[in-house]
Design a protein around this ligand. Structure first.
Ligand SMILES: [Zn+2]
Length: 407
């Protein structure tokens, strides 16, 4: 039965692929840049399209007082949800977002940011990948199921929420807290050629040194703040060499001194670490603290200070969790190739779901390195692959073996 059901899904996605591409182009042509956050037109476009296709749909506003509490200003924050299936369980949520980052300087684009242009098998525009391509894939996956099954053996919801690009507190997290997005499984925005089973740890630190100024020709009368910093950075380099291959360390900012002929009385460095398999946030912080203490001992006249600017522990489900294996095997069924399972370095709203204990992965349309860039685009092939793989995965997660086929 599943083999048949899958065959029908594959055919339905192929048959309606022209509509899917048109839907995505139109979606790109409706700007939803955040800031400022422009939701009304994009939400109502999806809402009326979904209704025309026979899905249930609703638009929910995040209340202004919630936005005010979170410091989010501007127009209405709207979330759009489409539903299919009469039974309440099991429930699969497909999670995307309505907002995009701003198009930025248009002169850096070859293609029109809000044109939805198609060239060389790709669709271009702000949000083509992040997150409108995913909205199209998730919505048409949902439709592939309603078009091919007599009855959905559970519930499948697509949510395109507000404000993911500014942390999701006034979008997905708000709806999740209210219970509107509770689900047994969640598939959220991601790429076509890899599946993310969670997120890397993050650690941002600032090391600052206070010294004493003096004339550059009499350095012995002052205390250089740059020399301890130099020492600290040598230690960082050595520490970096001991990290596992999945972890990264970026020295993002170095500042110090006033003028060539003055002894520098202050210096600062800021470091961004993303910690993957094998490294821990707590241990990394301990090492940095030891390094700062060593620097202080060697430069007793300067004052060395280490601050944590931001940290979050990694969060994930097992790389062989059924949700991961189902998505992975369905991608393989569609493309014939296996895809890697990794932890993601970026923020995504699925982190809020993992914290609530809802098994979540990130999988969708697009390839790494094109979101938030000029000439953002997706490959049409990726759109088709993701739509098929997501629809088949949802069916499997709903226990689709027993689903009746539409004759
Ligand atoms: Zn996104």
């Amino acid at each position: 039965m599943t083999a048949d059901a899958n065959q029908n899904i594959l055919e339905a996605v192929d048959r309606f692929f022209g509509d899917e591409v048109q839907f995505l182009r139109r979606l790109i042509q409706i700007p939803s840049e955040n800031p400022p956050g422009m939701y009304e037109e994009v939400a109502s476009f999806i809402d009326s399209f979904a209704r025309q296709q026979g899905l249930k749909s609703r638009i929910m506003e995040t209340p202004p007082d919630v936005c005010r509490l979170e410091g989010v200003e501007g127009g209405k924050r709207l979330n759009e949800m489409t539903m299919a299936g009469e039974r309440s369980k099991p429930k699969v949520l497909l999670l995307a977002h309505l907002d995009t980052v701003p198009a930025g300087d248009k002169s850096t684009w070859v293609h029109e940011p809000f044109g939805g242009e198609i060239a060389e098998g790709k669709i271009y525009g702000r949000g083509a990948c992040d997150c409108k391509g995913r909205i199209a894939a998730y919505l048409f996956a949902q439709l592939a199921l309603t078009r091919t099954l007599d009855e959905i053996p559970g519930k499948v919801m697509m949510a395109a929420t507000a404000d993911e690009e500014i942390g999701g507190k006034t979008g997905a997290r708000y709806l999740l807290e209210r219970g509107d997005l509770t689900a047994d499984f969640c598939i959220g925005e991601g790429y076509t050629r890899e599946v993310f089973n969670g997120f890397k740890g993050l650690l941002w630190v600032r090391m600052s040194v206070q010294g004493k100024s003096a004339h550059g020709a009499t350095p012995h009368l002052g205390v250089s703040a740059i020399e301890p910093l130099q020492d600290f950075l040598l230690g960082i380099r050595e520490f970096q060499g001991r990290l596992h291959s999945d972890s990264t360390l970026n020295i993002g900012l170095v500042r110090g001194g006033t003028k060539i002929n003055m002894v520098p009385d202050s210096a600062t460095v800021e470091i961004d670490m993303r910690l993957g398999e094998g490294d821990e946030v707590e241990k990394a912080l301990d090492e940095l603290q030891l390094l700062a203490e060593r620097t202080q001992r060697r430069h007793a006249n300067a004052a060395v200070k280490l601050e944590v600017l931001n940290r979050s522990d990694p969060i994930s489900i097992a790389s062989d969790h059924p949700l991961v294996t189902i998505v992975r095997s369905n991608v393989q069924e569609v493309t014939g190739s296996d895809i890697p399972v990794r932890l993601w370095f970026a923020h995504s709203d699925t982190a809020h779901f993992l914290k609530k204990g809802i098994p979540s992965v990130n999988y969708g349309v697009g390839r790494a390195g094109i979101a938030h860039m000029p000439d953002e685009h997706i490959y049409l092939d990726d759109l088709k692959v993701a739509t098929k793989a997501v629809a088949m995965s949802v069916l499997k997660l709903l226990g689709g073996e027993t689903a009746a086929r539409k004759s």
